[in-house]
Write a protein that binds this ligand. Structure first.
Ligand SMILES: [Zn+2]
Length: 185
């Protein structure tokens, strides 16, 4: 992966509408197995919230954007953008552009292969139960207070060998929320 490919950028205007994405956006979307609606043609001109999963995550971004619009530079905020076969460690940076736009930059810091995790495969058959996954660090909540790596969670919930995996709902763990808030202080 070249240096240029490790950096992905998009911009939003004052109304949080996506105004542009970097040229390598679609290769990023493909590499992350994102749904077709996340390709650049379908993203520019749309409200960012159409693509952010989970109320807590949206709330976090709203707080961060408010900070940036008040003159704060934000980042690095660590987050993960995992696939079924790879853990990807990224950093998020936000900065204010002239005219009130916000530039959102994601940098891939490193990635490591993992044994296939069915839970993260969009095509995997799902049971009717739900597990909450943190939008930022991709840990899953196995109790209301305990968030662990997907692999560990599946073992502890005895789901590693299951034919059907639970559906995923997106939330935000306390650690990631606090890390983002610390960035604003
Ligand atoms: Zn988290």
């Amino acid at each position: 992966m070249g240096m240029k490919d490790t950096l992905f950028v998009y911009c939003i205007d004052k109304e949080n509408i996506i105004t542009s994405v970097s040229d390598n956006w679609d290769s990023f979307a493909l590499g992350n197995d994102w749904a077709g609606e996340c390709r650049s043609d379908n993203v520019v001109g749309h409200l960012l919230w159409d693509f952010i999963q989970g109320m807590e995550t949206r709330h976090l971004y709203e707080i961060l954007f408010k900070g940036v619009r008040n003159g704060k530079g934000v980042g690095p905020i660590p987050f993960r953008c995992d696939s079924p076969r790879e853990r990807r460690f990224l950093e998020l940076f936000l900065s204010l552009l002239p005219g009130g736009q916000i530039e959102i930059t994601s940098i891939i810091v490193r990635s490591e292969p993992r044994q296939y995790v069915k839970m993260l495969d969009r095509e995997a058959p799902r049971s009717s139960s739900l597990l909450t996954i943190c939008s930022m660090c991709k840990k899953i909540a196995i109790t209301r207070k305990e968030w662990v790596e997907v692999e560990e969670g599946l073992i502890r919930l005895r789901l590693f060998e299951a034919d059907e995996v639970p559906g995923l709902s997106h939330g935000l763990c306390p650690t990631c929320f606090q890390a983002a808030m610390d960035e604003l202080d």
